[in-house]
Design a protein around this ligand. Structure first.
Ligand SMILES: Cc1cc2nc3c(=O)[nH]c(=O)nc-3n(C[C@H](O)[C@H](O)[C@H](O)COP(=O)(O)OP(=O)(O)OC[C@H]3O[C@@H](n4cnc5c(N)ncnc54)[C@H](O)[C@@H]3O)c2cc1C
Length: 391
């Protein structure tokens, strides 16, 4: 049985990052990946351009039951450390919007996978792809039995990611191991995911499929202003994806379709153009199709025939438009998982399970979920780095 200092299960962002940092410390490291190749999610991320970090990465852009947990890993290995590494590998990148750093060029996310593999190679890390784990045992050391043989190690790091996109190899493996070693798990749900609606809403939404609007979308107490996009089953677009991570079933979301308009908008237009209809005023701010659809929800009359108070009320409604999702598109379409291995059971310094010495959890498997825009990779890098110093 081949012996290692550190075995890492999962050859994705967090696992490979932890691996080469441990390898640089002179540790003998094995990464076990069940797919034929490493980094499947990195390859498809950011539309093939991998939004690998965010200039504004900070703890308040992450969800967790334990909101202070991410602070230490994020502070000790920051977006600037990651940017330095990407630069050192000569990978060109640019800021798309809101601090989001993407690689330059079509399919450039391959360069991030190449960077991780080069670093692993330089640090002497062994990688076993296409290896299925059949059992994990602990004697004095961890014993990992796989389809390509059994391995032993002093430490075991679970970097097997979250549940989104099962067809790319996502699995609940981290939760099986957590269960086996008595580590608690916070309930999981899809995040950064399109929201779905019932037939009564879809009757007006479906014809708008493909239409987008610059909107403010609120779920719970959190509001995001970005694009909202109608789909044939409901709503998507960055603002809705962001809100979805905070949405709880049975709750409404509130959409402000007129984020830049004053409450007196229609009253002012009534003075200027009393014969105008709501639809033509809304079309100043929204696409014609959306303006028409939202206008149909109100009585068709010229602005001049409607009382000022009623016009103010209409704008208020459009600024806090309540919609009741019936669900989400689920893990098949989610970009990330909310919930995961309970951070209360982990060390903030090292990601080690307090009650199972030698066992570490990193990346998306852990109950830390980033906003859209490079935050989730930053968590994978920061948590992987933290473990990489200790395993
Ligand atoms: C479509 C899409 C686009 C995204 N784009 C972005 C983006 O641009 N920016 C961003 O910040 N985030 C993005 N994300 C989120 C990001 O990909 C993840 O948060 C990140 O990959 C998590 O890293 P990880 O290492 O924890 O998990 P992963 O990268 O998912 O790696 C886990 C690895 O473990 C392997 N594995 C699972 N189970 C086992 C097992 N039993 N045995 C062995 N191996 C196993 C998996 O095959 C996988 O290779 C995107 C996600 C999706 C789905």
């Amino acid at each position: 049985m081949k012996a290692y200092d550190a075995i890492i299960i999962g050859g994705g962002a967090a696992g490979l990052y932890a691996a080469f940092h441990a390898g640089r410390r002179g540790r003998r490291v094995l990464v076990i990946e069940h797919n034929g190749e490493v980094g499947a999610k990195i390859l498809i991320s950011g539309g093939g351009r991998c939004n690998f970090t965010n200039l504004h990465a900070a703890p308040d852009r992450f969800l967790s039951d334990n909101e202070h947990f991410a602070r230490s890993p994020l502070a000790r290995h920051t977006q600037h450390d990651v940017i330095a590494l990407v630069k050192a590998h000569g990978i060109a990148f640019y800021e798309k919007t809101l601090g989001q750093l993407f690689c330059e060029g079509a399919r450039s996310s391959q360069k991030i996978v190449r960077m991780l593999l080069d670093e692993c190679f330089a640090a002497g890390v062994d990688i076993a792809c296409g290896a299925r784990v059949s059992a994990v045992r602990r004697t004095e050391r961890f014993i990992v039995e796989t389809s390509v043989g059994a391995f032993s190690s002093e430490t075991l790091t679970i970097a097997s990611g979250g549940l989104p996109i099962p067809k790319l190899g996502a699995s609940g493996f981290a939760f099986e191991i957590a269960d086996q070693f008595g580590v608690p798990v916070v309930a999981t749900r899809p995040g950064l995911v399109p929201l779905t609606f019932g037939e009564s809403d879809l009757a007006w939404m479906r014809p708008l499929s493909g239409v987008s609007a610059d909107a403010r979308v609120q779920a719970g107490k959190v509001v995001f202003r970005e694009a909202a996009l109608f789909t044939h089953r409901g709503l998507s677009g960055p603002a809705v994806l962001q809100a979805s991570s905070y949405w709880a079933p049975g709750e409404a979301i509130h959409v402000n379709w007129l984020p830049d308009a004053a409450e007196h908008l229609l009253v002012e237009r009534k003075r200027e153009r009393p014969k105008a209809h709501l639809k033509s005023v809304l079309a100043e701010f929204l696409s014609e199709r959306l303006a028409a659809a939202l206008s149909e929800k109100l009585p068709p009359a010229a602005l001049g025939d409607i009382k000022d108070a009623a016009l103010i009320e209409v704008v208020r409604e459009l600024k806090a438009f309540a919609l009741m999702p019936i669900g989400t598109e689920g893990y098949a379409k989610a970009e990330v998982m909310v919930g995961g291995v309970d951070t209360n059971a982990l060390s903030q310094q090292t990601m080690e399970a307090r009650k199972a010495p030698g066992l570490f959890f990193v990346g998306e498997a852990v109950d830390v979920t980033g906003w859209l825009g490079g935050y989730n990779f930053q968590w994978a890098w920061s948590s992987g780095w933290a473990a990489g110093q200790a395993i």
